[in-house]
Design a protein around this ligand. Structure first.
Ligand SMILES: *Cc1c(COP(=O)(O)O)cnc(C)c1O
Length: 386
């Protein structure tokens, strides 16, 4: 029996025994389709850089130019002296892009989610969350002190049994595209449920922006939902946008409330202005270069069809995320290591990121992959014993 912090070593041992110990790989190249990992060149099927913008020459050029003007650091929070005209321009462009009144930048998506939910709700209010929501949404709900209820994944009936109109604030919170499954939230039904109960709906579309919708406007563009339907629309900049940071889009009242009350906004250093400038360029490319979205989804579809033909259990997904369900953590890791030996980086996702017994390979695609690479991955999967 150990006491106090002496138990940390035992805890680590226990994680190893359960095959859920996490460790990092060393990357020594830029984030492309071909990436150098632990000294070995492999094809990358595990990045969220869906449109290939993380390493786009124009995005890099904008970053460099802005660094010459602003330097690197912003020196303070947005509310002190860190809010540059580049941040302001990006917020206005994102507001136009999302068709919302206003946008507020956050330094990371994790901070946006914890900041937004805890600014909107307090003890005695209600938060309803899909069971498979991203960790930052769940943590935000817990941090807010509101009464915290989880509903069964995409089960509107189950949500309806939990929610009822009260005089208190109620917030329904969901991923747009679920990060580990790649499936889409049933937003029209969630929005109706919110309206019926005088609740607000908050959507985190980290994996939908850039991928879904005619101009890359994500799940709300896909379903044609306005600010009246989705009061709080959050997105991250580290995925399709290829840069770093996050934003929330919504009404004037929402944004002003967050500026006053979101602690992860008020008490943190503003993003480098060069990141804002790089993101302005990636936003422009994301909106106009439709071929990137088309190609990405075509490649994902080619993979799904091929995987079915060789009898693989792919979870149904209309996004850039195609999960191959394995089950136990040990097999998922073994498979991921086998694929790495064959020259493919495909990450094993294990509990607690996904439910127990649902370890998987999370396979993601990029507009910069080509058909041959998809076929090579399928061949490698076929010749690897699952
Ligand atoms: C990546 C992600 C976040 C966190 O965003 P960061 O900017 O990486 O902190 C939040 N929500 C979802 C659904 C995500 O996939």
């Amino acid at each position: 029996m150990t006491v106090g912090f002496a138990s940390l070593e035992d805890d680590l041992e226990s994680l190893k025994k359960q095959n859920i110990y996490r460790s990092r790989r060393l990357v020594s190249s830029s984030q492309g389709v071909c990436i150098e990992v632990d000294g070995k060149k492999v094809i990358n099927f595990s990045s969220n850089n869906y449109l290939g913008l993380a390493n786009h020459p124009e995005v890099i050029e904008s970053f460099k130019k802005a660094t010459n003007q602003y330097g690197v650091g912003t020196g303070s929070a947005h509310l002190i002296c860190g809010h540059t005209s580049s941040h302001q321009a990006l917020e206005e462009e994102l507001a136009a892009f999302t068709g919302r009144d206003r946008v507020l930048l956050f330094s990371t998506g994790f901070m946006a989610n914890t900041g937004i939910i805890s600014a909107l709700l307090t003890r005695g209010d209600f938060v309803f969350e899909d069971r498979l929501n991203h960790a930052s949404l769940l943590d935000g709900g817990l941090l807010s002190g509101a009464i915290f209820k989880r509903y069964i994944h995409k089960d509107i009936g189950n949500l309806q049994t939990k929610i009822k109109s009260t005089k208190r604030k109620s917030l329904i919170v969901t991923d747009g595209v679920f990060s580990m499954d790649g499936d889409l939230a049933l937003l029209p039904a969630l929005s109706l449920t919110a309206k019926k109960n005088e609740a607000w709906l908050m959507v985190d579309d980290a994996h939908g922006f850039g991928v879904l919708g005619a101009t890359g406007g994500g799940i709300v563009e896909h379903y044609g939902l306005s600010q009246q339907d989705v009061a709080v629309l959050m997105g991250t900049l580290g995925k399709s946008f290829g840069t770093f940071g996050a934003f929330v889009a919504g009404s004037e009242v929402l944004i002003e409330t967050l500026i006053q009350k979101a602690r992860s906004y008020v008490f943190t250093t503003a993003l480098p202005a060069a990141i804002a400038e790089a993101t302005r360029t990636s936003l422009r490319i994301l909106m106009v270069e439709n071929w990137r979205r088309d190609k990405l989804l075509k490649l994902a579809n080619r993979f799904t069809l091929g995987a079915k033909q060789i009898g693989l259990q792919i979870l149904p997904s209309a996004s850039a995320i195609q999960p191959l369900l394995i089950g136990d953590s040990q097999s998922a890791i073994r498979l991921s290591n086998d694929l790495l030996d064959k020259g493919f980086l495909v990450s094993a996702i294990r509990p607690p990121t996904v439910p127990k017994g649902q370890a998987r390979l999370r396979i993601t695609f990029s507009a910069n992959h080509d058909e041959q690479q998809i076929d090579q991955l399928l061949d490698a999967l076929e010749s690897t014993t699952l």
